[in-house]
Structure formats: C-alpha cells, structure tokens
Write a protein that binds this ligand. Sequence first.
Ligand code: SF4
Length: 128
Amino acid sequence: MSPVQSDYKVNPDRPSTWIRYRDGLCESCRAGCCHLPVEVRFEDLKKLGLAQEGDREKQVARLLTSKGIVANYRHATGLFLLKAKSNGACPFLGKDFLCTVYEKRPEVCRKFPREIGPRPGYCPSTKR
Ligand code: SF4
C-alpha cells in the first residue's frame, strides 16, 4: 500500500474506495494523485525540458533512467514511467505537497481525474 494514508478510508491502491472528484477537493488534499504511478509521453518530457525535438525516445529513456527520473520506458506504448521517490511520490512533488513543475506538468496530470485514470471522475483524495 502507498505510504499516503487517508483520514477517511480512501486506499490509493483500490480505486473502488476513491471519492467522487469535485471542485475545491485539491485544496485540502496531500497530493494523493501525485503518489500514484505517473506515466508521461515524450511530448511531456520536451515540455519539462528533459528532451529535445529530434531526440530518440530510447536514448532519452536511457539518459533519464540513469539520472533517476524515469523508472521504465515501453517502446510499444511510448510511455515513460517516472521514478517515484522512496515515499511513492512523483519526483516533481515538493515537500509542501505542491507540484514544482505545475506550469509545465504532464498532460496526464492536467486530465486526472476527470478524463483519465483507473476510475475517471474519482480520486484518491487525502486530507491535509
Ligand atoms: S508532475 Fe506535478 S502534478 Fe504531475 S504527478 Fe508530479 S507533482 Fe503531481
């Protein structure tokens, strides 16, 4: 189970326990969604300044893996799994539970939980 514990019985590993997303929920949350596995695309890495136009994805994957930013790359899907911190958090999550790359955050972060995720419309919200 993820180290992020909920005060109200949400288990991040079990989407069936997630709560329905609503406006304002993020304000009282300890970034529950940023403790889920984060898969990004090459376009996201370019936006983050971690890859350049013309780079080869496999080479970028090797480089970012050696830097401890990427944990896994699947050529078939073009998805890069970001390497989580020891507490399960996204490498871009700050100690204050805020995203350190918010303006350049990956597309998946912009669409979750409304359009994307194991249970669209629901999230693993945790109380501060
Ligand atoms: S990039 Fe930012 S918003 Fe996306 S999971 Fe990481 S910390 Fe959260």
